[in-house]
Design a protein around this ligand. Structure first.
Ligand code: PMP
Length: 403
C-alpha cells in the first residue's frame, strides 16, 4: 500500500476545508513578552503575541527564570527516571506540597502535562472503581474525553453547564459509583461553570466531583487557586486538576485531592508510572511561580484590567466577541477560510499574532480568533490590535455587531 499517498490525500482534504494547521515559528523574547521573533522564509519579523496561554507572563518572570536556571545548575537537566525508579527529585516533592496547599487538599500528584493528568486520572478512576459511570459535560476537553474512553467506563454526557440536566442524569444512573467531570473555565468559549450548583448536585447524589481548572489556576482566587478558590468551593470538590503550563508559565499537570484518592491514582495510573518524571528544574520553576502568585495579585489584577480595556475597545469598534466572564476573548468569525485569512493578514501586515481556531478544536461554523490579553500588553498594543481588526472587518466584509 502507498501509505504516503493515503496521508497526502487526507492532508489535502484538510487543506481544502481550511483546517490544515500551520505553526507560527516563534522565538519568544524573555524580558520582552509579549514580543517575539517570527521566523518566516529565512526572515525575522517582530510580532506581538495575542494568543498565548502564558496568561500572566510568568514564563519570563525573574523569580521563575532564576529558579529554573539555578535548579539546572544544581540538579542537571533531566529527572533521570520515572518517579518510581530514581526519578523523584526533591523539587517534585516540594512542588506537590505547594500544589496541595494551593488547593487546600491533603495531597497532589504531578504529571508531564495537563493532558496526561486528565487522561491518566480519569482513565484510572473509571477503570478501577468497579461499576463506575462517568458523567461528562458535553464540552469537556479532549484530554478528559480520551481519559474516559481509555477507562472503558460507561459514560453519560450532560448538557453544557446544565446542572439540572446533570441532576436528572445522575438520578437515572441510580445506585452505582458516579464521577462527574467538568471544567471551571472552558478553553475556547471562556465561559465559567456554575460550580456551586454542580457541587450541590454531586453531593446530593454522592458522586465524586472532578474539576479541570487548567484555565483558571494562577488566574482567579486570592492566591491563584482558581475559580473554586474564588467561590470558596475547593473543599467541596473531590479532585481538582490543573496545569503548570499556562498561568504558571512552565509545563506539567497535576491532580489534588484526599490522600487516599491521590495515592490510588499514583499507584494505578500507567500515565504516571511508566514515564520519565518532569525535569527537576521545571518543578523548581513551577514552585517559584506558584509561590509568587500566591503572594502577589498584581499580575491577576493588571490582566483583568487589560481584558476589560480590550473588551470595551472591541465593543466600541463593533467587533463581536463572546461575553463570558473570563479572560478569554473569542472573536467569532464563523468560517475557517476567512479565519485563517484574517490571522495571516494580522501577522503579515500588522505584526500581530493570533492563531486561527478552527475545527476540530471548535465546532464547524464557530471558527474564531481566541485573544488572551495579558498584564504585559500595553495600551498602545491594544489600540494597534483594535485598529487592525477594524480595518480587517471592513476589508473582509464581516458583520459588525453595532451598525
Ligand atoms: N484541560 C483543558 C481544558 C485544556 O484546555 C488543556 C490544554 N489546552 C488541557 C487540559 C491540557 O493541559 P496541558 O496543556 O498542560 O497539557
Amino acid at each position: 500500500m502507498d501509505f504516503d499517498a493515503l496521508f497526502t490525500n487526507h492532508l489535502d482534504t484538510l487543506k481544502a476545508e481550511g483546517n490544515y494547521r500551520v505553526f507560527a515559528d516563534l522565538e519568544r523574547r524573555c524580558g520582552n513578552f509579549p514580543r517575539a521573533d517570527n521566523h518566516k522564509d529565512g526572515q525575522l519579523r517582530d510580532v506581538t503575541v495575542w494568543c498565548s496561554n502564558d496568561y500572566l507572563g510568568m514564563g519570563q518572570h525573574p523569580a521563575v527564570v532564576t529558579a529554573m536556571v539555578d535548579a539546572v545548575r544544581a540538579c542537571g537537566t533531566g529527572a533521570g527516571g520515572t518517579r518510581n525508579i530514581g526519578g523523584t527529585n526533591h523539587h517534585h516533592i516540594l512542588l506537590e506540597r505547594e500544589l496541595a496547599d494551593l488547593h487546600g487538599k491533603e495531597a497532589a500528584l504531578l504529571f508531564t502535562s495537563g493532558y496526561v493528568s486528565n487522561w491518566a486520572a480519569l482513565g484510572t478512576l473509571g477503570a478501577r472503581i468497579p461499576g463506575a459511570v462517568i458523567l461528562s459535560d458535553e464540552k469537556n476537553h479532549a484530554s478528559m474525553i480520551e481519559g474516559i474512553r481509555h477507562s472503558r467506563a460507561d459514560k453519560v454526557l450532560w448538557r453544557h453547564n446544565d446542572w439540572r440536566d446533570l441532576d436528572r442524569k445522575l438520578h437515572a444512573v441510580g445506585d452505582r459509583p458516579k464521577i462527574v467531570a467538568f471544567e471551571s473555565v472552558y478553553s475556547m468559549d471562556g465561559d465559567v461553570a456554575p460550580i456551586r450548583e454542580i457541587v450541590e448536585v454531586c453531593e446530593a447524589h454522592g458522586a465524586l466531583s472532578y474539576i479541570d481548572e487548567v484555565h483558571a489556576v494562577g488566574m482567579y482566587g486570592p492566591r491563584g487557586g482558581g475559580v473554586t478558590e474564588r467561590e470558596g468551593l475547593a473543599h467541596r470538590i473531590d479532585l481538582i486538576e490543573g496545569t503548570l503550563g499556562k498561568a504558571f508559565g512552565c509545563v506539567g499537570g497535576y491532580i489534588t485531592g484526599s490522600a487516599p484518592l491521590v495515592d490510588f491514582v499514583r499507584s494505578f495510573a500507567s500515565g504516571f508510572i511508566f514515564t520519565t518524571a518532569l525535569p527537576p528544574a521545571v518543578a523548581a520553576a513551577a514552585t517559584a511561580s506558584i509561590r509568587h502568585l500566591k503572594e502577589s495579585s498584581a499580575e491577576r489584577e493588571e490582566q483583568q484590567q487589560r481584558v476589560a480595556r480590550l473588551r470595551a475597545r472591541l465593543d466600541a469598534a463593533g467587533i463581536p466577541h463572546l461575553a463570558n466572564g473570563s479572560h478569554i476573548i473569542p472573536v467569532m468569525i464563523g468560517d475557517p477560510v476567512k479565519c485563517k485569512m484574517i490571522s495571516d493578514i494580522l501577522m503579515n501586515e500588522w505584526g500581530i499574532y493570533v492563531q486561527p481556531i478552527n475545527y476540530p478544536t471548535v465546532p464547524k461554523g464557530t471558527e474564531r480568533l481566541r485573544i488572551t490579553p495579558g498584564p504585559l500588553h500595553s495600551d498602545a498594543d491594544i489600540d494597534h490590535l483594535v485598529t487592525a481588526l477594524s480595518s480587517l472587518w471592513r476589508q473582509c466584509a464581516l458583520a459588525h455587531a453595532v451598525a
